[in-house]
Design a protein around this ligand. Sequence first.
Ligand code: ZN
Ligand code: ZN
Length: 157
Amino acid sequence: MNLEGGCSCAALRYKLTASPLIVHACHCRDCQRVTGSGFAVNIWIEKQFVETNGAIPKSFMLAAGSGKKHEVFFCDRCGTCVWSRYHGAPGDALFVRAGTLDKPEAVTPDVHIFTRSKLPWLDLPADAPAFESFYSIEKVWSPESKERLRRNRAGQI
Ligand SMILES: [Zn+2]
Ligand SMILES: [Zn+2]
């Protein structure tokens, strides 16, 4: 799966050269504000698998629920937020906004998180794993993704 996407003005284009580790639908207040919507769909992927056309996004800093920094990256021409970096998340990874994919339908959320601030008019699919806040990676991730995370933390990816 080679997913491609970019910002609204196309100055920033990217390609994901590996499959997502996991796809979050995040219903936290920061994601609602940053997207101006009900939730964000975030692709968690190792930074090195996000290849850009050379455009360097700008960023601003928020404080994540964990108290650690949440850095949001956006195109400096059109302002589209393309990904985030959570300093509290393990490994060197980015959270790519799936709404910026050329084909956003190519990914489906694996888990819904921070549903404590989910908007009341939104009903989640009955079989979708959902968590009030965050979850245990050990319990939720596939063995393959856990192995990739282990290698990423060891500096091998
Ligand atoms: Zn742009
Ligand atoms: Zn969020």
